[in-house]
Design a protein around this ligand. Sequence first.
Ligand code: SF4
Ligand code: SF4
Length: 481
Amino acid sequence: MDNRASGAVLPLHKGEVPLYMETGKAYPRSVHGRFRSLKWWAMVATLGWWHLAPFLRWDRGPGAPDQAILIDMPGRRAYFLFIEIWPQEVYYLTGILLMAAIFLFLMSAVAGRVWCGFLCWQTVYTDLFVQVERLVIGGRTKRLAFARAPLSAGKVARLALVNLLWLVISAACGICFTLWFGDAFEGLRDIFAGNAPLATYVFIFVIGGFCFLLAGYARERVCVYLCPYSRFQSAMFDEHSLIVTYESWRGEPRGTARKDQSFEGRGHCVDCRACVQACPTGIDIRGGNQLACIGCALCIDACAAVMDRFGLPRGLISYDSSANIEARGQGKPTGFHVIRPRTLFYAGIIAVVGTVMLVRLVSRPDIDLNVLHERAPLFVQMSDGGIRNGYEVRVLNMKAEDRAFTLRLEGLDGATLDVVGGEARVASADLAVPRDSVGEFRLYVTAPAAILSGKTLPISFVLEGNGRTVRTATLFAGPDK
Ligand code: SF4
Ligand code: SF4
């Protein structure tokens, strides 16, 4: 019996995977080794980051939020350490997402499904949920016996405890999600005091609910049937990408063995199925590379322990490139080739996007000007013959200090500005904008009709302040001539 109560295994090869196949729940056996330790560290790092990062502080001066990483939806701002992203700079987010995607491709080209096996949210939480089952019910054999045992009060109590602990972990996951969108300390207080907005509780319910269902019940089905990344990931592999592989040239013909027997004339695989029992997706890697293999490398640790017991060299299942495995089988030299056209291409894209973003970030102005020409009416003919156009003007003061700016026009000689609620008929208007905010002004531009040679005239608004100048082009409209 492998690691499922049903005894079913997932089909071996990509072409054999049906749209859906119910195999029952997997009960992976616990293993020890290099990759298991790496998975523990990856779990600590990823969960630590998710749960603790919102509590990191970063001093941005008085009046500014001191949360190091914050997505402030009401304030329409995102903060990442010293970087502050305004809504009109959403292209930074696009750049970050693009770099993250390409980095994932690079990671896959170099180290195969290392993301899936060690860092993905689904893998990490599933691993944690399995540990909860181990803690409450026991190791693989006990869990299999528990699954087959008839319903009893004891069984119900233990199942309830497992689900309760899963719910606590899921709730923590949902709560932490909301803490990235507001002050984490205040948010946490409000959530437990029942003072948080309804939307916060809805998000906790939805995110926590997905965590509970996907990590507790759906498990490897997410990787096999739901995740699109697993479907196209192999397109990023080549013969030098690291994958988890069984060295069939060395393992076959397989067969059971005694500890003191000779392995002359037979393969090193003792058919103990420890690799299958350790697999969280319940597959047999000896059948070849499979879509359901998430590259967690736990079968490597399981097999290494078996090889040690029989005094055989480790590496019957290894994390290696297919080129190396083939070369080793033929007694040829092996090597790890990271620098290849594919990896250079991915690294090049990351470098270009990163450089463009960095240059843009260090050279970006701390003021900006947006002008919207009013459409209704497009223009008004005044009683003195002048033409008046209305504009909505937004001045962005991206500095942590109150500032005064001067707004003037270019390309419209003799025109005057009337700021609604402010200065009237001036050649240039003074606009005050508080620190770290957007000043919104409505104003009229009036010009003599004679200046218009056609239906519209291209003009520019010029904003000056603190040695900075910003220009925004727009139109001045009048009657047909
Ligand atoms: S076959 Fe090995 S590497 Fe692949 S999912 Fe199973 S245990 Fe992990
Ligand atoms: S753990 Fe190693 S020896 Fe045992 S069945 Fe798997 S490949 Fe063969």
